[in-house]
Design a protein around this ligand. Sequence first.
Ligand SMILES: [Zn+2]
Length: 215
Amino acid sequence: MDHAKLLPSYLIQRYHGWKATAYAENRAWYRRLAESGQHPRAMIISCCDSRVHVTSIFGADEGEFFIHRNIANLVPPYTPDGKNHGTSAAVEYAVTALKVAHVVVLGHSNCGGVQGCHDMCSGHAPELLEASSFVGRWMDILRPGYERVAHIEESLRARALEKEAVVVSLENLMTFPFVRAAVEDDRLTLHGLWTDVGEGGLEQYDPVKGGFVGV
Ligand SMILES: [Zn+2]
């Protein structure tokens, strides 16, 4: 395997800096984490977007959140077809093995994946319609959400679709039998959030109002 290279020096320097400070000052705690296994209370499903920093928003330490990230924080419908399903595997492990008490879907502003879905569904991104487009086929998960916002004025539609990405994921989570069973037994609660990257805002899905309200 001659395609992988050694790390660039700036990352090596940053690593040694962390090892000498944050790690060195908390060595006993890290060792306890290693020995006692992980017991996260919550699973977070967020976008790959580098600006979405869920551990910072909640001041979370190592061991607190079981985090899964994918394009546009989407959960696909339950599809037990024997294929590779990374997101479904993460949900299964979090709920059935780690027995997390909460699953939180975190959407965000200025989401490129959601914008791509918007462009694809509105006929402005033919490349995303190709069978070979992994992003396009992944964003098919959000098509039901696009149908619900298609009537909205165009300048407001992308933001509405970002929130639909959270709602669709919450709906799809309930199609997993082990998620539904845990929710119905009050062992698990599902939560939807949307964060405004530029403003630092956080809104949560309110099931009574059927929309997002500020936290
Ligand atoms: Zn995103």
